[in-house]
Design a protein around this ligand. Structure first.
Ligand SMILES: *[C@@H]1O[C@H](CO)[C@@H](O)[C@H](O)[C@H]1NC(C)=O
Ligand SMILES: *[C@@H]1O[C@H](CO)[C@@H](O)[C@H](O)[C@H]1NC(C)=O
Ligand SMILES: *[C@@H]1O[C@H](CO)[C@@H](O)[C@H](O)[C@H]1NC(C)=O
Ligand SMILES: *[C@@H]1O[C@H](CO)[C@@H](O)[C@H](O)[C@H]1NC(C)=O
Length: 456
């Protein structure tokens, strides 16, 4: 019954706000109540349900039609997704999510594109051509490389101010013929990738070695295990990225650790929520039933964009909507709006092997021992040297802090705010402000924490 009491509380407090959003919330809450199956459902008699309905409807009927308080947008429109990280990031994200088997999937399109470009430097022939197509590089075109370098520089400058980012990128190789000095040098100095040799496994298996590399690259964050074990043959190369991201808001959130609320993700869990109200850039797409919210990070060097469906649902529908055109349209329509925000305070970690998805996007030859051509990386490598996996470890933390040292939380006085209550699955994007690069994209499908069923 705990969950039910909480719903009542939520509904009561909401009914006070008399917001046009109430209808959605009401729909949502009823939907959830109906979703509770098993013994809990039996104990909910129709009487309190009816009472709730009347309570909520009354408040809708008694509230006058409302104008949203809207101010003209103080920021320039940065709507165009011209940076090469967007097309790669959105395609890979959709491809990762397409069969619904992945939860809490995060990648950094920027770090990934940089690593792929580094490896491309070792390839020739059709293998190289497929890297070019994937990264949209045309002949003798330096634009993509320059855009990535510039974005990485910008991220480096924002690190420690708008967020902290711990990251490592490496090329692992398993008993390969000697790699060319020039290739290795460029890998390390220009692209910032380490080279790590996986020799005959003695103390640690290759996977253990990779996992511990990832953990130290993420500054000791716990890493999620890969779903599939990875066999490596002599001649195998593994491209790996590991990162831990924690943003600092331009305006901090209010939170209480004891304030556990229900999170209706793919699992129902209890999670602490953090809150703040203020004027934020926001857009509500009624047709696609999604709220789009931009949250500035400290000193404005980056921002986080959240895509929250109106109702509790799996993200499958929203995932399939994420085309560059639609995202661009959404970002272009963001408008300063009075908001009351509630976000889960949580940490998400994800480990993925992108082999299948990259192959779907046309990177085919690189994986094949006979047809892969990495002869620039090693003149002896033909017929052996191949890409075995592209591994990506990510951890992202949603916390209340702003970047301000005396970071006191202060709510802005806003009237009749729109409610953005992120107690169900949503999508997170992080973009670099000055270059527009897509630093991260991912889905928060569920939060850690005690399952709700344990408490019923
Ligand atoms: C960001 O800053 C932290 C702390 O200063 C540092 O450890 C880390 O290596 C930096 N990350 C990047 C990507 O430069
Ligand atoms: C964000 O980017 C825009 C456009 O590049 C720039 O005009 C603005 O100054 C940037 N904001 C900050 C805080 O760096
Ligand atoms: C933002 O809102 C104002 C006032 O309602 C409106 O005039 C303007 O067109 C909106 N901007 C966008 C980009 O939708
Ligand atoms: C690898 O490439 C060879 C030569 O192009 C081809 O015959 C073979 O079918 C490919 N293997 C796989 C698993 O695709």
């Amino acid at each position: 019954m705990l969950a039910f009491t909480e719903q009542t509380e939520q509904l009561r407090s909401l009914s006070k706000r008399k917001n046009q959003h109430l209808l959605f919330r009401l729909y949502n809450i009823l939907q959830r109540l109906l979703l509770f199956k098993g013994p809990a459902m039996v104990s909910i008699s129709p009487v309190p349900l009816l009472f709730l309905l009347v309570l909520a409807l009354q408040s809708i009927w008694s509230s006058a039609p409302q104008e949203q308080k809207v101010q003209s947008s103080p920021q320039p429109e940065i709507s165009s997704l011209h940076h090469p990280t967007w097309s790669l990031g959105l395609q890979l994200y959709r491809s990762l999510r397409i069969d619904g088997s992945q939860t809490n999937t995060f990648i950094s399109p920027l770090l990934l594109a940089n690593s792929l470009l580094a490896l491309e430097g070792g390839a020739k022939g059709s293998t190289a051509g497929q890297f070019h197509d994937l990264l949209r590089i045309t002949n003798h075109d330096k634009a993509v490389g320059e855009a990535l370098t510039e974005a990485l520089k910008s991220v480096h400058e924002a690190n420690g101010t708008s967020y902290t980012l711990q990251s490592s990128s490496a090329l692992f190789s398993k008993q390969v013929p000697k790699l060319e000095k020039g290739f290795l040098e460029k890998l390390q100095t220009h692209f910032g990738l380490q080279h790590v040799a996986l020799e005959d496994a003695q103390k640690q298996t290759d996977m253990e070695k990779l996992q511990s590399w990832a953990k130290s690259g993420m500054d000791g964050e716990e890493t999620a295990d890969l779903e599939l074990a990875l066999e490596t043959k002599p001649g195998a190369m593994i491209l790996a990225n590991a990162l831990h991201f924690k943003g600092f808001w331009d305006r901090g959130f209010y939170h209480e650790n004891q304030d556990l609320r229900s999170f209706f993700g793919t699992k129902y869990t209890k999670v602490p929520m953090m809150h703040r109200s203020g004027v934020y850039r926001h857009y509500e797409d009624m047709e696609n039933m999604v709220q789009v919210l931009e949250l500035g990070l400290w000193e404005g060097k980056a921002s986080m964009v959240l895509l929250l469906p109106f109702h509790v649902e799996s993200l499958a529908r929203l995932d399939s909507l994420l085309t560059p055109d639609r995202v661009e349209k959404w970002l272009g329509k963001l408008n300063s709006t009075s908001m009351a925000l509630s976000l889960p305070r949580t940490k998400i970690s994800s480990t993925v092997n992108l082999q299948k998805q990259l192959a779907t996007l046309g990177l085919v030859d690189a994986w094949n021992e006979t047809s892969a051509d990495f002869s620039t990386a090693s003149s002896l490598g033909r017929g052996k040297l191949h890409l075995r996996a592209v591994l990506h470890w990510t951890s992202l933390e949603l916390a209340p802090e702003s970047g301000s040292k005396d970071g006191m939380h202060e709510d802005e006085d806003v009237e009749k705010p729109k409610i953005f209550y992120a107690d169900h699955s949503f999508i997170i994007l992080v973009r670099d402000n000055s270059t527009g690069a897509l630093l991260m994209i991912g889905a928060l499908d569920q939060t850690d924490g005690p399952a709700i069923h344990d408490e019923l």
